[in-house]
Design a protein around this ligand. Structure first.
Ligand code: SAM
Ligand code: DTB
Ligand code: SF4
Length: 347
């Protein structure tokens, strides 16, 4: 039906206004080539009028993800608590009194059962987390057995075990590890406000070891830790300028856990969270942008906006590592309601 119809002027006018608005915004906003995102150019993106930012993110999303599917990834904490690092957000740091007790590494059979249950529920990726600063070689051997088992079930494998040395990354790759999660978490300038037991460069070194072993990189961060907007832009620029940028980008909204130094942080404005997702989509078009921690507090409408902004992966399962996540049934209901296809194959 044509909109050039005198009987239908408001729609026509509105459409023209929207097109004009988007065109102006698109001219204003930066469009650098891959690897050229400055902190300032990302900040300009984050400051676009909300609808212009979403319009642009959705256009990038459709161009790069024509299948439009949602990835479901399930997390399991295979070694919980007692961590010697002091990440201010983390309930698993030994230094903080959060009620999380330290447990030893889980046995193969237990992990296998959890991975099979995740697969049966529809997940295609299974991520194993361990609260280590840096695994010892004997920990890597045990992790290799877990990875082989999970891979054998036909799931994509991911692990997050702390800092790695080159030979450890190679051993994990040989065991069948597809992805390694290691987040930069925030901008370099804000990092020391959040953790003091390691440096930003330590994180980058592990990411380099993961890359050179041929493992895909899963790297993102957290919003809601009291950071300024410029720090959000700085984080996204760091991620987008990794060469190549990460295949997976998990964006966490802080889960403020009592007992951690960040327990009293001001909750992030949900629309600002959506903006961060959109900026990730625009700057890293082919990354799986994952809505990670914090979905339980978000509600369906905000999550739907995040999907419009380009999020195409969620953590799926009733638990993250030690904190809660939306019920599987609630996620299935939401995805059905939105008519979103789910990624079915781990290939
Ligand atoms: N120990 C490993 C490490 O630090 O890389 C892996 C586990 S750690 C829990 C993985 C990521 O979870 C962190 O980098 C952070 O982004 C996220 N995370 C941890 N606690 C969180 C919280 N309370 N709220 C939101 N994200 C959190
Ligand atoms: C990521 O970016 N978020 C996940 C996963 N990678 C390992 C962890 C979220 C943890 C939230 C708090 C908890 O349950 O410990
Ligand atoms: Fe340890 Fe990782 Fe938690 Fe930091 S985020 S305290 S390294 S488990």
């Amino acid at each position: 039906m044509s909109h050039d119809n005198v009987l239908n002027p408001p729609a026509n006018a509105a459409e023209q206004a929207l097109t004009f608005h988007a065109a102006v915004a698109a001219q204003r906003a930066p469009r650098p080539e891959a690897g050229e995102w400055s902190e300032a150019s990302v900040q300009q993106l984050l400051e676009l009028p909300f609808l212009d930012l979403l319009h642009r993110a959705q256009a990038v999303h459709r161009a790069h993800w024509p299948e439009g599917d949602m990835e479901l990834a399930t997390l399991l904490s295979v070694k919980t608590g007692g961590c010697p690092e002091n990440c201010g957000y983390c309930p698993q740091a030994a230094e903080f009194d959060t009620g999380v007790s330290a447990q030893k590494l889980m046995e193969v059979d237990e992990v296998k059962a959890a991975a099979q249950a995740a697969k049966d529920a529809g997940a295609t990726r299974f991520c194993m987390g361990a609260a280590w600063r840096a695994p010892k070689d004997r920990d890597i051997e045990k992790m290799a057995a877990l990875i082989e088992t999970v891979k054998g079930l036909g799931l994509q494998t991911c692990a997050t075990l702390g800092m790695l040395q080159d030979h450890q990354a190679v051993a994990l790759k040989q065991a069948g590890l597809d992805y390694y999660n290691h987040n930069l978490d925030t901008a370099p300038e804000y990092y020391t406000d959040v953790v003091s037991t390691r440096s930003y460069q330590d994180r980058l070194d592990t990411l380099a070891a993961v890359r050179s072993a041929g493992i895909s990189v899963c790297c993102g961060g957290i919003v809601g830790m009291g950071e300024a907007p410029v720090h959000r832009a700085g984080l996204i620029a760091q991620l987008a300028n990794l060469d190549p940028y990460p295949e997976s980008v998990p964006i966490n909204s802080l889960v403020a856990v009592p007992g951690t130094p960040l327990a009293d942080s001001e909750p992030v404005d949900p629309l600002d969270f959506v903006r961060v997702i959109a900026a990730c989509r625009i700057t890293m078009p082919r990354a799986r942008v994952r809505m990670s921690a914090g979905r339980q507090q978000m509600g369906e409408a905000v999550q739907a906006l995040c999907f419009v902004a380009g999020a195409n992966s969620i953590f799926y399962g009733d638990k993250l590592l030690v904190t809660g996540n939306p019920e599987v049934e609630a996620d299935n209901r939401l995805l059905r309601k939105l008519g979103m296809p789910i990624r079915r194959s781990a290939g």
